[in-house]
Ligand binder design. Structure first.
Ligand SMILES: [Zn+2]
Length: 708
């Protein structure tokens, strides 16, 4: 299952995958090579299952059919389930107990003659209460398997059916549930909604159940379904609309949807999981108005990437980056905000991934925080964007469609992606993939010089670009735009870079007036500080930083600031505290927090406060500024008229890292406003001559749709 953009309702714009990747944990667990059966095998399960929610119990029979006949085979089952073998000419031997998120026992079936089919009967209790997992303070709950009156959640992690090695499974699942209960699993309904079936190879079998309110609509060859815990016709209609809209969009973009339905299912805890042919969202998340056009399409698209083509995790997880590129990025692109989205992506990498923390993409498995997210999602989506820029939209889409067609219901890695794109385009792509998958680091560009001279025909412009990162040079196709006097739009150029430095010469009739290097953020690179507005993330991403406390504040307020720093210090041990009365000047060697409107240095922020119309005398405020010292230094400012709010602020503010400022109100601070400073000119732009105006550089047309 795929964890979606978990969105904390308090933190409206936080867009990050923070639920742990359960599928990955399972994979690790299964890959301990106890079993000879690999993922190329397909095991058929014919399950008949009765669920007794009040008792936490299930009673089941499973007729198992293997690909090839054998004398013996092994399976794993939840240790609280008791199996018996129905077949007569074979015996069942219980082996050792294995530890894991649930207790598991290994069994062996031994038959007198080779056979492919066995039938097991088993029953017992699977009831693991919800527990809080993840980072401290996250309140995130999960269970590896739970049958209860409040709902049923069974997955591969529950070992609720016999699991045979790493084999893929096809299944029919006939269910007996209490009156009024409805179930959801992968694939298609059995006749009369008596259960589910899916014959295409699956990684695991899910079973979710509750006395759901059921809504559905059939259109354009698709079945959209909604399962809610409380009746809500309007909400259901919105999701039915969105489901059909996105299934149609992605079918057009990539090829046929691989499953018989797509269902939105309300979970009984706050979750955001994407399973094959359904998504399991928590009751609060489901009602957030923006989810339906942000995280929801991302989950729908995972049916192509991740739950359609499976991830061969041995060479890195390509599916999150590609899904993010074709959902989150594409939807922004359709609104005309593609470049802004890419800038934020690069900004996160630049601020959060210090050189020593970076890792090559081939090592990305799943999201474990800001660093792995910036690399695993951010760098991967930029890889796909750069590939698209090099190939053009037509070939890029052809390659994706071919990849989907070739590997549907099979595991594939970056190697298969590269092979597919090479065969579609006839181009050697080994260097491109190797550079972005196997290397760490990122290029940093510098517009080193621009020289204009006159010629007999007009003008000659020489532009020199340098790569100034400490790592070895990257092979790059650097996009450049030159605006010529009197022209209506800037002219695009591409500069091939194979070394530290490269020069482009352009002859023109009209004098060149402006040069912009990669203004649409088409390259994966570390940004120049002048390309990003000051952001709170620059402080939260710093390894070393200072915090200056206000001596003049009252005792309660000073203590509250100290406690705020105590909380942040756990994640940023390099944070050093200073008293404003004890220093003449602010340190210049690292970012600095200035705490309190009583602080001697608070006046530094007056231009930001007045410029943005912010008031630091009411509510709780956090903002940034940059100043030109020995380099560009980020300063942050926090003030409050309510020391009680600082405890909540300590938890919430790190989620607003992309913003330049954020203002909150209340004891348990609630966001009132936030935003980014408007940008001044970037160091990768050069004005060569004055002109009445310099036209904006339009972003690329979206891959599909949109009216931009
Ligand atoms: Zn995802």
């Amino acid at each position: 299952m795929y964890p979606m953009h978990r969105t904390n309702p308090d933190i409206e714009t936080r867009r990050s995958h923070t639920i742990r990747h359960l599928a990955f944990l399972l994979l690790l667990f299964c890959s301990t090579k106890v079993f000879p059966i690999d993922s190329n095998q397909l095991v058929q399960h014919q399950l008949q299952v009765e669920i007794l929610p009040a008792q936490g119990q299930l009673i089941a029979t499973d007729r198992i059919t293997l690909d090839t006949a054998d004398h013996t085979f092994e399976f794993l089952l939840h240790a609280a389930l008791t199996p018996t073998l129905v077949d007569e000419d074979a015996s069942l031997v219980a082996r050792e107990l294995l530890a894991g998120p649930v207790p598991i026992r290994r069994y062996q079936i031994q038959a007198s003659s080779p056979r492919k089919t066995f039938t097991l009967a088993y029953h017992g209790t699977v009831a693991h209460a919800l527990t809080v997992t993840g980072e401290p303070g996250s309140n995130r709950e999960s269970t590896p398997g739970l049958i209860s009156k409040n709902g049923v959640f069974l997955a591969g992690s529950s070992y609720w059916y016999p699991q045979i090695g790493n084999a893929r499974v096809g299944f029919t699942l006939q269910l007996k549930l209490p009156a009024g209960w409805r179930s959801v699993s992968q694939g298609n309904h059995l006749p009369d909604h008596a259960g589910w079936e899916e014959q295409h190879p699956q990684e695991e079998i899910y079973l979710v159940a509750y006395p759901y309110r059921y809504y559905h609509r059939q259109a354009a060859g698709h079945l959209a379904e909604v399962y809610l815990r409380q009746p809500d016709q309007q909400l259901a209609e919105r999701y039915l609309d969105a489901t059909l809209e996105y299934l149609t969009l992605y079918e057009q973009l990539l090829g046929p949807y691989p499953y018989a339905k797509f269902a939105l299912v309300e979970n009984f805890w706050e979750s955001g999981y994407g399973m094959p042919s359904f998504t399991l969202l928590g009751p609060r998340v489901i009602k957030l108005p923006f989810i339906i056009h942000t995280s929801y399409p991302h989950e729908v698209l995972h049916n192509w990437w991740g739950n359609g083509v499976y991830v061969d995790a041995s060479s890195g997880n390509w599916s999150e980056g590609l899904t993010t590129y074709l959902a989150d990025h594409l939807l922004q692109e359709q609104q005309g905000s593609g470049a802004a989205y890419r800038r934020t992506t690069l900004q996160n990498y630049t601020h959060y991934v210090a050189r020593q923390d970076d890792f090559p993409l081939v090592q990305f498995r799943g999201n474990h925080g800001q660093i792995s997210q910036s690399v695993g999602y951010g760098k991967t989506l930029m890889l796909f964007h750069m590939l698209r820029m090099q190939l053009g939209d037509q070939l890029f889409l052809q390659g994706l469609r071919q990849f989907y067609h070739n590997y549907r219901f099979r595991a594939a890695g970056f190697d298969e992606l590269r092979d597919t794109f090479e065969s579609v385009t006839g181009l050697p792509l080994d260097t491109f993939f190797r550079q972005w998958l196997r290397r760490t680091g990122a290029p940093m560009l510098k517009l080193a010089s621009t020289e204009t001279s006159t010629t007999s025909q007009g003008y000659r412009l020489r532009i020199r670009i340098e790569q100034i990162q400490p790592e070895a040079p990257f092979q790059l196709q650097v996009p450049l735009f030159v605006h010529f006097s009197g022209g209506e739009r800037a002219t695009p150029y591409t500069l091939e870079m194979h070394d530290r430095s490269a020069t482009l010469e352009i002859e023109s009739a009209a004098p060149p007036v402006k040069v912009s290097v990669d203004p649409l953020f088409d390259l994966f690179r570390r940004l120049d500080p002048s390309e990003t507005p000051g952001s709170l993330g620059q402080l939260f991403g710093a390894k070393r930083l200072f915090a200056v406390l206000p001596d003049a504040a009252d005792k309660v307020t000073r203590q509250a600031y100290e406690q705020l720093l105590d909380q942040w210090q756990q994640r940023q041990p390099g944070l050093k505290r200073l008293q404003d009365s004890a220093i003449e000047q602010l340190p210049e060697s690292a970012p600095v927090w200035i705490l309190g409107s009583e602080n001697r240095f608070a006046g530094l922020f007056d231009p930001q406060l007045t410029g943005q119309g912010l008031n630091d005398r009411s509510g709780t405020l956090a903002l940034t500024m940059t100043r030109q010292q020995s380099g560009r230094q980020t300063l942050g400012y926090i003030s409050t008229d309510n020391p009680t709010a600082l405890n909540g602020l300590a938890k919430k503010l790190p989620h607003y890292g992309r913003y330049s400022y954020a203002q909150f109100s209340g004891d348990d601070p609630v966001i009132d406003q936030r935003g980014e400073w408007r940008m001044t000119d970037s160091a990768l732009t050069a004005i060569l001559a004055p002109a009445p105006s310099y036209p904006d550089i339009p972003d690329h047309q979206p891959l599909i749709g949109g009216n931009h």
